[in-house]
Design a protein. Sequence first.
Length: 104
Amino acid sequence: MSAYTAAHRLRVKTLYKAYLKDALDWTIQRDIWRSQALEIRAKFERNRNIQDPRRVEILMQEAEAHFQKNKHPDPQIWPKYFGGTRYERNLPPPMDPPAPMGDH
C-alpha cells in the first residue's frame, strides 16, 4: 500500500503539469523545451521515494513557492481559450426564436 493519498498524488501531478506548461511559456521551441521537460521530470523523480510526510510537505511547499515566484508573467493563452484573442469571436447567432413581447 502506498503511503501517499490520492489527494497528494493529484497535488504532485498538478504541480508537475504547471511546471511543464510554464517551461513552455518561457521556451516556445519544442526541441529546447523537451530537454527542460526531462530536467523537470528528473527533479520530481529524485524525491519520489521520500516516505516522511513532514519532509514531503516541506518539499511541496518549497516547490509551490518557487513556482509562484518564477512563473511567467505573461503566459501563453491559446487564441480560442478563455482570455485568448479569439475567445467568443464570431459566435454563431442563437438558433432559438426571440421570446414574444407582451402587451404593456
